[in-house]
Design a protein around this ligand. Structure first.
Ligand code: SF4
Length: 325
């Protein structure tokens, strides 16, 4: 079974990205033919800093490697290094109904967020995503709940292509993360860079504590003697991912009877997050000093993906009457 998944080079990779995607990828690579892609062509559908982009892409690769993506088990590469992604996207665009693209929730949301730059690439984004997946005939795609609609469209495009041109693409299934979504430090919105409510995987010790200290908890706990409800507290949610079972159990009991204050509760989380983040920070530093290693990994990943991608494009073009030979 083949798995394809992509991550945008956004400059900041936070613990929400780790829990929602990267942690899953590290497990998947042991059991599936795994292809992981840094989707730079998706990232350019919104305004970005040209000068910082190479560093952003590099950092994304370094963080993925530091988190445990193993190039001996999975193919890791940059989307724009395999030109067949955009080639197939153009072809699939001719099998995608305009009306279907206008219904995409993410396009509507991003159009509001980036109202000064509603470009055609943003509109065409789901077709490129379909091409990313179908190019490798992936069986399974790990996605967040917000990408399910795009995957449904991918299946729709595959079905239409298969029925008109001939059986070519499998219909990929989604693999939803079992871990509940981590909210941002405001306890309201999804953790995201644009909301500035995140904890980065490269956070410094001081910033980590400053962010946790200001993070929202159960609103009932105004004084230390007020009992609280951990189920209404996002800090407790983050504990569930990064803390030990006995600590989680203790907080669950003590919070309810005001036996632990929020500051002490956050200090436990701080220590656990620090233990988690520190080795990642160190490995990223290592890769920054060995940039050629990372470039080689990405180059080898792109080379082996190109082999698969070129075969798919050849098959597609041949079936569509676009190959003379
Ligand atoms: Fe949240 Fe912990 Fe405070 Fe309870 S003690 S409200 S779980 S931060």
């Amino acid at each position: 079974m083949r798995v394809f998944s992509g991550i945008q080079p956004s400059g900041i990779i936070h613990i929400g990205n780790y829990v929602g995607a990267i942690k899953n990828w590290v497990k998947i690579q042991d059991n599936y033919d795994s292809i992981f892609c840094i989707v730079d062509y998706h990232a350019i559908t919104v305004s970005y800093d040209f000068k910082k982009m190479p560093e952003t892409i590099f950092n994304t690769a370094a963080i993925l490697l530091a988190c445990g993506i193993d190039p001996d088990k999975a193919k890791l590469f940059i989307q724009s290094d395999v030109k067949e992604h955009t080639e197939l996207a153009w072809i699939l665009g001719t099998y995608t109904a305009y009306g279907d693209l206008t219904r995409m929730t993410q396009f509507k949301d991003k159009s509001k967020q980036h109202s000064d730059n509603i470009n055609s690439g943003l509109f065409f984004y789901p077709v490129l995503m379909a091409a990313d997946i179908l190019l490798y005939k992936a069986d399974i795609v790990p996605v967040g709940i917000d990408q399910v609609q795009h995957l449904e469209l991918t299946r729709e495009i595959a079905r239409k292509f298969n029925s008109i041109v001939g059986q070519t693409f499998p219909e990929p299934k989604e693999m939803l993360s079992e871990v509940p979504k981590i909210l941002g430090l405001d306890g309201e919105a999804k953790m995201s860079k644009s909301m500035n409510n995140y904890i980065s995987l490269l956070e410094s010790d001081k910033d980590l504590w400053d962010k946790l200290r200001g993070a929202k908890t159960d609103e009932q706990r105004i004084k230390r003697t007020d009992p609280g409800d951990p189920d209404k507290c996002n800090i407790f949610n983050i504990h569930k991912v990064f803390s030990k079972k006995d600590e989680i159990d203790m907080i669950n009991i003590e919070c309810r009877r005001a036996g632990i204050g929020c500051v002490d509760c956050k200090k436990i989380l701080y220590e656990n997050l620090l233990n988690f983040i520190t080795p990642i920070r160190e490995k990223v530093e290592y890769y920054k000093n060995k940039k050629d290693n990372v470039f080689d990994i990405l180059k080898i990943g792109a080379q082996s993906c190109r082999k698969i991608a070129s075969l798919t494009i050849e098959e597609v073009k041949s079936k569509m009457g676009l190959l003379l030979r």
